[in-house]
Design a protein around this ligand. Structure first.
Ligand code: 9MG
Length: 289
């Protein structure tokens, strides 16, 4: 099943092709927030943030995802100007010293537009363009790929009482509607993300990871983020800083079930784990000794 459907479609980033068909790509997480669930505050200063991004690139990140508003459960919305103050200097500084594709993690059209001007290449909107009615126009005009992530509710309330009859079926229906919306708005490059941890119980998350293959028929690359998330803590009892084994296991399983991009904190160990999984799946070895 790995890489056999038409979700091998490459992403066009400005004048470059980012091919998630031949190998699973890694999106390194750069939270420039004071209150993120796992690394809150560590990269709030521009230079520390850029250094961390370059470190992730050296470790094998293919994309850097930069976010200035926490989307952890219970997080309150911040003002657009505060979000811009956090992300724009980091995007501009990283763009000035690296060609790495940059995605901006935002639900706000004004932030996305300014981020694209500062050098961002992808919009990662956890609301799948539902939060801000101006977002679709910004993405279409910017001609950038958009991550459509599923979320039940919003970050402030999403974990109060997640409820589905059949989570995999309902996320499928959601993608169908959002894809039609984006196509009508003139957005052609999409990534689909089931939104692990966003309005889901532990069982919903496990069912989505098990059922990922059922989203491949849309023909868009699947992006999945499990890194350090609370379902791993629920399964293993591990604290947030001790969830690397669970992050790797769930990331590799996601890859085996069709994910083409993984959003991760721990780039180097995840790259090594994927290299092994890909060598087994395809019989190709990336590094020779
Ligand atoms: C911002 N953010 C946090 N978790 C995420 C996930 O799983 N996917 C995407 N696209 N963004 C996320």
């Amino acid at each position: 099943m790995i890489g056999t459907l038409n979700d091998r479609r490459p992403l066009k980033i400005r004048d470059r092709i980012l091919d998630s068909g031949s190998r699973c790509l890694l999106m390194g997480i750069l939270n420039v927030t004071p209150d993120s669930f796992s690394d809150g505050g560590a990269y709030a200063h521009r230079d520390a943030a850029v250094e961390h991004a370059l470190g992730m690139c050296a470790a094998g990140a293919d994309i850097i995802d930069i976010g200035g508003e926490s989307t952890r459960p219970g997080a309150a919305e911040i003002s657009e100007s505060e979000e811009m103050d956090r992300v724009l200097p980091v995007i501009a500084a990283l763009r000035a010293c690296s060609e790495v594709p940059i995605s901006v993690d935002t639900r706000h059209a004004a932030v996305a537009e300014a981020a694209i001007h500062a050098g961002a290449d992808i919009v990662n909107d956890v609301s799948a363009l539902r939060h801000d009615p101006l977002m679709a126009g910004v993405a279409a005009r910017g001609a950038v790929p958009v991550v459509l992530m599923h979320m039940q509710g919003n970050p402030e309330t999403m974990q109060h009482a997640p409820d589905y009859d059949n989570v995999v079926e309902e996320v499928n229906i959601f993608f169908e509607e959002r894809i039609a919306f984006c196509r009508a708005a003139g957005i052609t490059q999409l990534l689909l993300d089931p939104g692990i941890g966003f309005g889901k119980t532990v069982e919903h998350n496990l069912a989505l990871l098990r059922g990922l293959g059922s989203f491949r028929h849309f023909g868009y690359p699947l992006l999945v983020g499990t890194s350090r998330k609370s379902f791993i803590g629920a399964v293993t009892g591990a604290a947030v800083d001790d969830r690397l084994p669970g992050s790797i296991a769930s990331g590799v399983l996601a890859y085996m079930n069709g994910a083409r991009i993984l959003r991760v904190h721990d780039v180097r160990p995840m790259r090594a784990a994927l290299d092994v999984a890909e060598a087994i799946a395809h019989g190709e070895v990336q590094h020779a000794f």
